[in-house]
Design a protein around this ligand. Structure first.
Ligand SMILES: [Zn+2]
Length: 329
């Protein structure tokens, strides 16, 4: 993995390259930002650069030497990827003990031992304290990259030991570029469709691709539900919650469409995500009241905030659609 293959995050890449050029590499870095924007990919590109045998003049790894190839394949003997076991709710001390004890020895073959701690907010208190001890007195030649989309849930003492980098959302064009690379066989229009509604996250785009949303039919269905009677609304809300796999994508897409309608109402059509469907959305923008859109969006955001406590999706959608049914006077 090379920096040239990492889409976006130019500022982060430039700073990491400067660390390398000046040989002042912090022993602990924290990459935080939404899921699916490239934090782990950037970490691997950085690990490649600092261990590459033939780095390029523009401060990138070669992608061809033994360490570069092994890091891409995650088979590098001095690369450790620490993750939460699927059947556990935390990253326990048992998972971290081995890698932390190794940090006191020299790397096997590399210049730097690289430790990628994925979803670092899942560290148990015990594992967090063990990690903190190592970060307070870091043994030489160990570089930790902690990755999280929830930095607020981490021990503040760990966060304060790390050099933190915020990762923003990708643009629609950037998401599309990554999708084209990872799914070269997929029909281009499908990739364009999910990149439009991905809100800057490649992983969200990939989930949406699996659930195969037809945007035009979705907006038509929403129109019928909002303009029609209770039975139409019930039918549309049932469609939204029908399948466990796609329900999350469909409610995410409903938010994107409502934001688009809000842009239409407020004469900001330039900001609309589904630009190709403006003809379908304009009648909705004329019909639905502004307060109805805002109330509905608030209901959906509240649902997201409480998602960990399994709120009732059907009730949420029914409330959101009822709010939308309040027409302009
Ligand atoms: Zn190399």
């Amino acid at each position: 993995m090379r920096f040239a293959q990492v889409v976006g995050h130019e500022n982060v890449k430039a700073i990491l390259q400067r660390f390398y050029a000046e040989q002042k590499i912090p022993h602990a870095l924290l990459f935080h930002g939404e899921e699916g924007v490239g934090k782990k990919t950037t970490a691997l590109a950085f690990f490649s650069l600092i261990n590459c045998l033939n780095p390029t003049n523009d401060m990138d790894s070669c992608g061809e030497c033994h360490p570069c190839k092994q890091i891409s394949a995650l088979s590098f003997p001095d690369l450790y990827v620490v993750q939460k076991p699927e059947d556990k709710t935390v990253i326990g001390i048992d998972v971290c003990r081995d890698v932390l004890s190794r940090t006191f020895f020299k790397p096997v073959s590399a210049r730097y031992r690289c430790i990628l701690l994925d979803n670092a907010h899942f560290l148990s208190p015990e594992a967090g304290n063990a990690m903190l001890k190592v970060l307070e007195e870091p043994p030489r030649n160990n570089i930790f990259v902690l990755v999280t989309d929830c930095p607020d849930s981490m021990l503040p003492t760990i966060v304060s030991r790390c050099c933190a980098f915020p990762f923003g959302a990708l643009s629609q064009a950037q998401v599309l570029a990554v999708l084209k690379r990872v799914m070269p066989e997929e029909e281009e229009q499908k990739l364009v469709d999910v990149s439009v509604i991905s809100k800057g996250s490649v992983s969200r785009a990939l989930t949406m691709l699996k659930s195969a949303i037809d945007r035009r039919l979705f907006i038509q269905g929403l129109g019928e539900a909002v303009m029609g009677d209770d039975a139409k609304r019930l039918a549309f809300s049932r469609y939204l919650v029908q399948s466990k796999d796609s329900a999350e994508c469909l409610t995410d897409f409903l938010k994107v469409v409502l934001q688009d309608i809000l842009f239409c109402v407020t004469a900001n059509e330039m900001k609309v995500s589904n630009k190709d469907l403006l003809d379908e959305m304009r009648p909705l923008a004329r019909t639905i009241s502004l307060s109805g859109i805002l109330e509905s969006l608030q209901t959906l955001h509240q649902y997201d905030k409480n998602r960990a406590y399994s709120p009732n999706l059907q009730v949420t959608i029914d409330c959101a659609l009822t709010a939308l049914a309040q027409k302009n006077p």
